[in-house]
Design a protein. Structure first.
Length: 95
């Protein structure tokens, strides 16, 4: 199975969900104000990230994860340290 770094996977998830080219996203892109997501999109993205990475995002942290640069450190903190890459079956899933 192909393996992909956390950042690339997060960018792909967000770009796919919002119908944007991945190259248009940058670490400081605000999911709602810069990328055009609404609050429902934000929640759906957090659920997809939880499912894809096998993590649980505490409710009190969801609102702090507004930018790609917020999501990456969160995932690096909660994922096992030895896991630099994750398996990418995301592309195969149809939502």
């Amino acid at each position: 199975m192909e393996r992909r770094p956390i950042k690339e996977t997060v960018v792909r998830i967000i770009a796919d969900h919002l119908g944007l080219p991945p190259a248009t996203l940058n670490p400081q892109s605000h999911i709602c104000s810069d990328l055009g997501a609404d609050s429902f999109d934000h929640i759906e993205l957090m659920i997809t990230i939880e499912e894809r990475f096998g993590v649980k995002i505490p409710h009190d942290e969801i609102n702090t994860l507004q930018r790609i640069s917020d999501i990456i450190p969160f995932l690096e903190r909660v994922l096992p340290q030895q896991e630099d890459d994750i398996q990418t079956e995301y592309e195969e899933q149809k939502f």
